[in-house]
Design a protein around this ligand. Structure first.
Ligand SMILES: Cc1cc2nc3c(=O)[nH]c(=O)nc-3n(C[C@H](O)[C@H](O)[C@H](O)COP(=O)(O)OP(=O)(O)OC[C@H]3O[C@@H](n4cnc5c(N)ncnc54)[C@H](O)[C@@H]3O)c2cc1C
Length: 307
């Protein structure tokens, strides 16, 4: 069967795109490996109508609603390769066990966080080590909290995070604080700690404090880490999509309707924008789904080549 669209990645962005196409009665296949980026957190926040629900529950409800549309199929598995040709795309899943074909391709494969290698950090990721104050800051409930210096955005993060507690910015030898920034941090009552963190302490996932390399200990109950990210899948690069740099890592270049630089290939969600959140990912998926649908309509109407 030739699908109108195959969507690779069936999380917030991919399911949002699929919903638009399903409502246009298009034949859609969603292929999903089932590893959304927020799987380390027990709840998701800041999502209108779903605040505090497990992310997995939000996705399960979305899948259920989508499967009520007769033109939608969902395949649980991993896409290992995509080839593009004159008729569209040939998609290989499960290392060659399954093959599917489609007129258009929509990538919503997300990004993967590159966590700093500090003992005690990984096992607290998504719990007391958080990536975003808007997602998890409120639940920390105030008190002593930290920001791990990871790059040029860390000062900005510390300045913001001060609305959620008493912040120490750990510069880790990678953040140079200018005099102007120092004044801003002081105005926000942010303490700046130059000695790098050697390890996180407490009974994980709880966090009691951090041990510094100079032997001192700083008590904190949560640590904000603005991670660098990489593509969760190599498909966009393999298809020749152009990338742009962002403060967090590379993102796929798209237009306002999710079209990448590769003909017929659309993208949405974390992989194609910053900053990142479930709501932004859903919005990106909706835009790409609508853009893709419009390109099918134009091709059907005018016999135009894929945009
Ligand atoms: C710890 C943590 C907690 C978070 N909490 C919140 C929160 O509370 N609120 C909020 O708004 N945001 C939160 N976020 C951000 C949120 O998780 C992301 O913005 C959102 O998941 C992005 O959605 P997406 O659909 O673009 O990608 P993802 O959700 O990452 O989904 C990508 C999907 O593509 C699949 N995939 C990848 N490669 C392939 C392949 N080759 N074949 C098939 N499938 C593939 C993956 O398995 C996955 O299911 C959190 C992030 C983290 C790291």
């Amino acid at each position: 069967m030739l699908y109108d669209a195959i969507i690779v990645g069936g999380s917030f962005a991919g399911l949002s795109a699929a919903l638009q196409l399903a409502r246009a009665r298009r034949q859609v296949l969603v292929i999903d490996a089932g590893l959304p980026r927020n799987r380390f957190a027990s709840e998701s926040h800041g999502v209108l109508g779903h605040d505090g629900k497990p992310g997995s529950q939000v996705l399960a409800e979305a899948r259920q609603q989508l499967q009520a549309y007769p033109t939608v199929q969902i395949f649980n598995g991993r896409v290992s390769r995509v080839d593009s040709g004159e008729a569209g795309f040939v998609v290989e899943a499960e290392d060659g066990m399954r093959w599917f074909t489609a007129r258009r391709l929509l990538l919503a494969t997300g990004v993967a966080d590159v966590l700093p290698e500090i003992p005690g950090l990984q096992e607290r990721w998504g719990k007391t080590v958080v990536h975003c104050p808007y997602c998890h800051g409120y639940e920390i409930g105030g008190g002593a909290i930290g920001v791990l210096g990871t790059g040029p955005m860390s000062v900005h993060q510390a300045v913001l995070f001060a609305d959620w507690g008493e912040v120490t910015l750990f510069t880790q030898g990678v953040v140079a604080v200018s005099a102007e920034e120092q004044a801003l941090l002081a105005a926000r009552k942010v303490r700046v700690e130059p000695s790098p963190i050697a390890e996180l302490q407490g009974t994980a996932p709880a966090l009691d404090g951090v041990l510094l390399r100079d032997g001192r200990r700083v008590a904190i109950k949560a640590l904000l880490v603005g991670t660098q990210v990489r593509m969760a899948s190599p498909l966009a690069a393999a298809l020749g999509c152009a990338f742009d740099d962002s403060p967090f890592g590379p993102i796929v270049r798209i237009d306002a309707w999710g079209l990448t630089s590769a003909p017929g290939v659309y993208a949405g969600g974390d992989m194609a924008r910053v900053p990142h959140s479930i709501t932004f990912a859903c919005a990106g998926g909706v835009a790409a789904g609508i853009g893709l649908h419009a390109s099918l309509v134009m091709e059907d109407a005018h016999g135009m080549a894929p945009a």
